[in-house]
Design a protein around this ligand. Sequence first.
Ligand SMILES: Nc1ncnc2c1ncn2[C@@H]1O[C@H](COP(=O)(O)OP(=O)(O)O)[C@@H](O)[C@H]1O
Ligand SMILES: [Mg+2]
Length: 442
Amino acid sequence: MRLSSYFLPVLKENPSEAQIVSHRLMLRAGLIRQSAAGIYTWLPLGFRVLKKIEQIVREEQDAAGAQELLMPTIQPAELWQKSGRYDDYGKEMLRITDRHERPLLYGPTNEEMLTDIVASEWKSYRDLPKILYHIQWKFRDEVRPRFGVMRGREFLMKDAYSFDLDKAGARRSYNRMFVAYLRTFARLGLKAIPMQADTGPIGGDLSHEFIILAETGESGVFCDKALVERDVLNEAVDYNGDLQPIVDSWTAPYAATDEKHDVARFEALPKDRQIAARGIEVGHIFYFGTKYSKPMGAVVQGPNGESITLEMGSYGIGVSRLVGAIIEASHDDNGIIWPMSIAPFHVGLINLKVGDADCDKACDDLYAKLKTAGFDVLYEDRDERAGAKFATMDLIGLPYQITVGPRGLKSGLVEVKNRATGEKEELSIEAALNKLAQAKPA
Ligand SMILES: Nc1ncnc2c1ncn2[C@@H]1O[C@H](COP(=O)(O)OP(=O)(O)O)[C@@H](O)[C@H]1O
Ligand SMILES: [Mg+2]
């Protein structure tokens, strides 16, 4: 992509409405613009990141055996009347009436809708187990939308729902999602710690929030330092094998959100291992038994003709919130530092002297070669001061910058900068290409 024709409205000044660094940087780097409180347009650069995150989430759900579908954003109120949540949900639900005076709503979540589909389609125990998911916009009319995409009113969520014949099966589904979440966040370059979370009125211990530690986080959290120091889950997982040992290894050390905090257990840890911090909830998994299957009639016939009410769980990831969370975890004074796996472009190619025949030619050549090698390249081909070009590149945070100037070119050299480390190297064009080839994500 040539920057001269790209829609990238960067801001020089810090926008006054933004209270936290990720919101500030998302506005300044031209990722989003607010349309109304808590509702955003994703501009081209931000949209690329959102799509890359979505794709990683999708790949890991698929790997765990979940099947993707797509439910609508608008739901009939009737479904929620059946489950009893229509009145309970309160003002966060955006209620709509159509021209025939039929009550509709903009979905804040999809338990009812999917349980209803399952109830009418599945008749036999042979139809189970299954995990279904979609990645769809939600609307919750939050009292205080804030921090940009972190707490929006309209936001993109991956929500999965598991259906099993018994509790043991539900536990296996829960474990699949638990492990898929560990892998998803690791691929996003994040250290997300699973913490015991509130299960609400149903009780039980099967609810975990996946939390990124950050000063600007909205949740108070407590955990054993062992979890913070632990390596993220990078190795491949056999989802058909027994996942309980992996889950146990992550849940044995103490970790809880403030609603589930057990002061005695926490204080039994050595002082230097007690972490009391703030965190951002990027995912939440939940087992809730027959809470929806019972009222909505999601019942199948067992092998001996008996009726089985399905055991369910639900599993959310805040896809749009993740863009902000990743920036909170990865930035410096000059701007964003994208991990390679989700960077909107892998490389920024900076032409220091647009119009100079040698610089233009070297850049055109590099641009073509990088693209052939599979890199997403943003080519800074505008007629601007060098300082402004560098500042923009640092602000938008592409992992690598290649700078081409007349002086270096005389000796056949370009400069490669690693955005994360700040390390700069003068290399021949060949060597620069080789260097990047090593960093390329699979
Ligand atoms: N208002 C919001 N804006 C952005 N993301 C949200 C919002 N509410 C929830 N999410 C994301 O969706 C995931 C699943 O939501 P859920 O746990 O149902 O919401 P909550 O924790 O607010 O009850 C959360 O872990 C979070 O990452
Ligand atoms: Mg939650």
